[in-house]
Design a protein around this ligand. Structure first.
Ligand code: APR
Length: 326
């Protein structure tokens, strides 16, 4: 999965490069800067001393020393001064310079903290949006796996209203595992009958199209939908946050059976209405389960016609679920 958000301590991550949210002196400090220097050992400071500082929005690379990561990319984010002093542009530049430096050193895996969102006071929700937009934009043109490390939960706050709406949808639909088996099975059967695709022309393609493509495999339906949407393969798998290698495996095997999150990610990337999303999942041997919060949340977004992968992943993250994608 090219981009994912993880909750971890960046100093423990075994990636090619971790990014340090440093200051212009590059001589260490508090926050993640302090944690990285402590974990890397004194040689890191020695090498930093020789770098002669770093301008805000730029990035410099050192070795990782005692860290599990091979390199440390030191970048300096802007200090938040209310938003009217080019802070956003400088923060975008800090992410881009770090990504370009990582690519220049053939790094395949990179982990970022949420730059400027701590001591430098950048509002966390805006810092998160800048991070996600800049990283995912870069990954449209580059093959790399990037992790955005969320160290404290407050950093990943979806709007309260959206959180409440999803929580209500989960309450209405989520059947937790302690529910009486018999009752759950009865309810699911009932749900399936109610939600079964009604044979009406209103559903895009309707029953006829579904019957026409009954024996179509997952791969065939995926490729047909990509063509129908006028998308390229790359546009589709990048929007689904699926890496190129996995997509070519699927494309080259007409009977390929993807994982459930992968099948869902393609349904979202293709912006399929709920019925067709169910059909695509069915071809991979799955169904939206109301015994899974992950499924209920993804089904919520599709039922609302919201296919914004970042918002869906932020919601999954907020409800402690794994993320959508490969
Ligand atoms: N792993 C991952 N993320 C972390 C860790 C860690 N071990 N420790 C802190 N963070 C997170 C914080 O929760 C915050 O979301 O890193 C993000 C950035 O916070 P800061 O480290 O305070 O960095 P920043 O806001 O960019 O301020 C930089 O602070 O530490 C000093 O020397 C640094 O002067 C510089 C300034």
């Amino acid at each position: 999965m090219p981009f994912s958000m993880v909750r971890s301590d960046i100093t423990t991550m075994k990636v090619d490069a971790i990014v340090n949210a440093a200051n212009e002196r590059l001589l260490g400090g508090g926050g993640v800067d302090g944690a990285i220097h402590r974990a890397a050992g004194p040689e890191l400071l020695e090498e930093c001393r020789a770098l002669g500082g770093c301008k805000t929005g730029q990035a410099k690379l050192t070795k990782g020393y005692r860290l599990p990561a091979k390199f440390v990319i030191h970048t300096v984010g802007p200090i938040w001064r209310g938003g009217g002093h080019g802070e956003r542009e400088l923060l975008v530049s800090a992410y881009r310079s770090s990504l370009e430096l990582a690519a220049a050193h053939q790094c395949k895996t990179v982990a970022f903290p949420l730059i400027s969102s701590g001591v430098y006071g950048y509002p966390k929700d805006q810092a998160l949006k800048v991070a996600v937009d800049t990283i995912t934009g870069f990954l449209l043109e580059h093959d790399m796996t990037v992790y955005l490390v969320i160290f404290d939960r407050t950093a990943c706050t979806i709007s309260g209203k959206l959180f409440d709406r999803i929580a209500a949808y989960i309450d209405d639909n989520y059947v937790d595992s302690h529910t009486d088996e018999q009752e759950q099975r009865r309810r699911e059967l009932l749900f399936r009958r109610e939600a079964a695709p009604q044979p009406c022309a209103a559903a895009p393609g309707g029953l006829n199209e579904a019957l026409e493509h009954m024996d179509e495999s997952f791969t065939q339906m995926l490729l047909r939908k990509i063509d129908q949407r006028g998308m390229t393969d790359a546009q589709c798998y990048k929007r689904a946050n699926i890496d190129r290698k996995l997509f070519s495996k699927i494309r080259s095997d007409v009977h390929y059976k993807p994982s459930k999150p992968t099948a869902m990610a393609f349904a979202v990337a293709l912006e399929l209405p709920l019925e067709e999303a169910r059909e695509m999942l069915g071809k991979a041997g799955f169904a939206f389960s109301h015994a899974s919060k992950f499924d209920v949340i993804v089904e919520y977004f599709i039922s609302q016609g919201n296919y914004n992968m970042v918002e869906i992943n932020e919601a999954l993250f907020a409800f402690d679920q794994s993320l959508l994608g490969g």
